[in-house]
Write a protein that binds this ligand. Structure first.
Ligand code: 2PG
Ligand code: MG
Length: 428
């Protein structure tokens, strides 16, 4: 089946900012649509999200230029293309754009079309998206990383570490992970409220707290884990996204909360101390993408026990992951579709990561839409892990819930490794 029309329009993301929804129509009349998310803490090497920057339109945030690119140049270039050949379509989009970071047409324009093509292809085969993307594999349900407390760029910098999450490493099913996370999240909210520490919800649905130290955040989550009846470390562990680049300026890490600036070595020692004092299973972006020595040092030090995940460090780019592997900078890769800008390049990065024996973690963004595409992507690629904020707010739960639906549709074929995933890979 061939593409016979492409149409895009402006919708709103979970922060209320404009974003793009694209719809691809095939000559058979079958359609597929998709919408794109938007990040707040971005890596230097991310593909460019094209905004209009016209103060008179949505305070500069509108995406009409990108939409015009879809409805004009992109539509013209893809008319008549066979929908089943996603790599060829994505190649055409990359070539048409012609820049290193997709800045001419906008990565938001390119990705919206690329994802809508993937949906139309699945619909044309009358199979679910995960099955179509998986092309023969895709029955592993992901282990979730679920946010309890949101900080950094997602809560006005009220606490410096961006994500305090939990991983239910004691769970034996995906549904049990959600149940355990629900229990810990609710206990955490209750404790914060009782202590007058709750200032609302951050961008990804985690609590927006009023703490004076980072240790206070760890301690309240520890207490919530125990109040919910779980053993910290054995059943429920911590996962952090420090978003280190956001804290790094002039060769130092600036902790606003504690009003102090740390040298890279001091910051390394602080993280090592957290690893010694709390049951941490994963740390994402512990350092700035420019602070490579610290990345290598931490991986060397704790990488056999802890997942060290590169987000801003790799920006879902195979060349960056290759460099990370050659230099021992991490052992896991955060995967975000809109960091690279096409479905094909995202799949390539996941595959490259897996072939190296590293862990891919499929991730949403802080500005999300109601599109559950990444739930399908996680199952399709047997990625094993999924991160998309809290177990709250519909732009998040739509994806956690989609995995439940996929589990039902897979029936006996559904498979869940949970934290056993790490035994297998780390023992490599
Ligand atoms: C991250 C993401 C999601 P943002 O840093 O991993 O938590 O945040 O989308 O703002 O980059
Ligand atoms: Mg991150």
């Amino acid at each position: 089946m061939k593409i016979s029309d492409i149409d895009a329009f402006q919708i709103f993301d979970s922060r209320g900012h404009p974003t793009i929804e694209a719809e691809v129509t095939l000559d058979s009349g079958i359609r597929g649509s998709a919408s794109v998310p938007s990040g707040a803490s971005r890596g230097k090497f991310e593909a460019l999200e094209l905004r209009d920057h016209d103060p008179l339109k949505y305070q500069g945030q509108s995406v009409f230029k990108a939409i015009k690119n879809i409805n004009g140049e992109i539509r013209e270039a893809l008319m008549g293309s066979p929908v089943a050949n996603q790599p060829a379509i994505d190649q055409t989009l990359i070539r048409l754009d012609g820049t290193e970071n997709k800045s001419r047409l906008g990565a938001n324009a390119i990705l919206a079309v690329s994802m809508a093509v993937a949906r139309a292809a699945a619909n044309s085969k009358n199979i679910p998206l995960f099955q179509s993307l998986g092309d023969g594999r895709g029955c592993l349900l992901p282990l979730p990383e679920i946010q309890m407390i949101g900080g950094g760029a997602h809560s006005g910098g009220r606490i410096d570490v961006q994500d305090f999450m939990i991983i239910c490493n004691g769970a034996t099913t995906y549904a049990q992970c959600l149940e355990m996370s629900y229990n810990v999240y609710k206990h955490c909210g209750r404790l914060l409220k009782q202590r007058n520490l709750l200032a609302g919800l951050a961008d990804e649905g985690g609590y927006w707290p009023e703490f004076d130290t980072h240790e206070a955040a760890f301690d309240v989550i520890m207490e919530a884990i125990e109040s919910a009846g779980y053993l910290p470390g054995k059943e429920v562990s911590f996962s952090l996204d420090i978003a280190g680049s956001e804290l790094y300026a002039g060769g130092k890490y600036h902790l606003r909360l504690e009003n102090r600036s740390l040298s890279p070595l001091e910051f390394f020692n602080l993280i090592r101390q957290w690893c010694a004092n709390y049951p941490i299973l994963s740390i994402e972006d512990p350092f700035s993408e420019d602070d490579r020595d610290n990345w290598a040092r931490l991986t060397q030090d704790v990488g056999s026990k802890i997942n060290i995940i590169g987000d801003d460090l790799f920006t879902t780019r195979v060349d960056k992951v290759k460099d990370g592997i050659a230099n021992g900078l991490a052992n896991s890769v955060l995967i975000k579709l809109n960091q690279i800008g096409t479905v094909t390049e995202t799949l390539e990065c996941i595959q490259y990561t897996q072939e190296a024996g590293w862990f891919p973690v499929i991730s949403g963004r802080s500005g999300e839409t109601e599109d559950p595409f990444i739930a399908h992507l996680a199952v399709a690629t047997d990625a094993g892990q999924l991160k998309l904020g809290a177990l709250a707010r519909s732009e998040r739960t739509v994806k956690w819930n989609e995995v439940l639906r996929i589990e039902r549709s897979l029936g006996d074929k559904a498979h869940f490794l949970g934290a056993k995933l790490f035994d297998r890979n780390l023992a490599r």
